[in-house]
Design a binder for this molecule. Structure first.
Ligand SMILES: C[S@@+](CC[C@H](N)C(=O)[O-])C[C@H]1O[C@@H](n2cnc3c(N)ncnc32)[C@H](O)[C@@H]1O
Length: 332
């Protein structure tokens, strides 16, 4: 930073000099007044007329010198911008890339840090990729964070950032499904991610819940999340790590389940054979499907003649005019 012009006055005249210079609009607003043991240094506007300044201070009998100084810069005040939905996961923020259409990266970081002074990192989320539904995360501020702990209804979940699927907005759905379950049920979450549905269910019901996910990191999180919540669990959770398609081969599990949860919205309709073999008669299937038009999905499900469609509801926004729906089906 190059030096700027300051008025240097003895400490005892500091307050008066500041007041007078302020009244004459001569203080440079971009810098702070500072002092050492004996003197106060008042940063002066570049355009200030030195003769005028001199005559004003002389008139008030203030001893002063005009010097070059290096005052600290004031933090620039930026108006806080609206940041459309972002996720605060522990002390980490994840924000979607499209927010940059309306706000600069600098404004984004400034606003998020002002609103959340304790955060350690801000990540930009690019598209969700591959069958593990992994977010591609780019660190835009702070130190890299490997894992975070988030809370849902008092339960704690470990998430390995960028290595597992997690969506905070599903927490209500986890709870809703858990309330639908009854004591004694045997439940399977075929695509369980870090175990959200399973842990909510086992925390409310004396049930047996299988939590399966093909992603080894998600499987590790399920194990850790069972330990993290063990004192709240009434039911038993059995973690598994297989491709759900192979349940068709696992005969001991066939016909065992009162309830299946199939939250793989882009391809859940392709696993019908799996649902057929795992579910008991009168068992319930919660099927999640991404769609612009739920009527189209209803038309497909009406052709599943071994099931009765009991209803459906919108669960999440996915993209403009596109939502994730849950369809509830009863096996005949
Ligand atoms: C949308 S996420 C599930 C989210 C989870 N139900 C929750 O509430 O957080 C889908 C999960 O399915 C897993 N997955 C994808 N294909 C699979 C397959 N064929 N068999 C088992 N798991 C699979 C992915 O690894 C991912 O964790």
């Amino acid at each position: 930073m190059s030096p700027i012009i300051c008025v240097k006055v003895e400490k005892r005249s500091g307050e008066t000099a500041i007041r007078i210079l302020k009244n004459h609009n001569m203080i440079n607003p971009e810098y702070r007044v500072y002092s050492d043991k004996e003197y106060v240094y008042i940063p002066i506007n570049e355009k200030t007329n030195k003769e005028e300044l001199k005559s004003i201070l002389d008139k008030h009998k203030i001893n002063f010198q005009i010097v070059l100084c290096n005052p600290p810069e004031k933090e620039k005040r930026i108006q806080l911008k609206h940041v459309p939905s972002y996720d605060l996961l522990g002390d980490t923020i994840i924000v979607r890339k499209n927010v940059l259409e309306n706000i600069s990266l600098y404004e984004l970081i400034y606003t998020l840090r002002k609103l959340n002074p304790r955060i350690k990192a801000i990540y930009m989320k690019h598209e969700t990729i591959d069958s593990y539904r992994l977010p591609k995360l780019e660190l835009v501020w702070g130190e890299p964070v490997e894992e975070v702990i988030v809370k849902e209804y008092g339960l704690r979940f470990k998430i390995l950032l960028g290595k597992v699927y997690y969506n905070k907005r599903l927490s209500e759905e986890h709870r809703r499904i858990a309330y639908l379950c009854k004591d004694g049920e045997v439940v399977m979450d075929l695509f369980s991610g870090i175990g959200g549905f399973a842990i909510h269910i086992a925390s409310l019901r004396k049930s047996i819940v299988f939590a399966n996910d093909l992603n080894p990191y998600a499987y590790q999180c399920i194990l850790d999340n069972i330990s993290l919540n063990k004192k709240f669990l009434k039911g038993i959770i059995i973690p598994m790590k297989i491709n759900a398609l192979f349940f068709t081969e696992l005969k001991p599990l066939h016909g065992l389940f009162d309830r299946l949860i199939a939250n793989l919205p882009h391809s859940s309709l392709e696993f019908k054979r799996v649902y057929d073999v795992l579910l008991k008669n009168k068992g319930i299937l919660h099927l999640y499907v991404v769609s612009k038009n739920p009527d189209e999905v209803v038309r497909i499900l009406r052709k599943w003649d071994n099931y009765v469609l009991m209803g459906y509801r919108r669960v999440l926004d996915y993209a403009p005019y596109t939502f994730i729906y849950r369809f509830d089906l009863l096996k005949k």
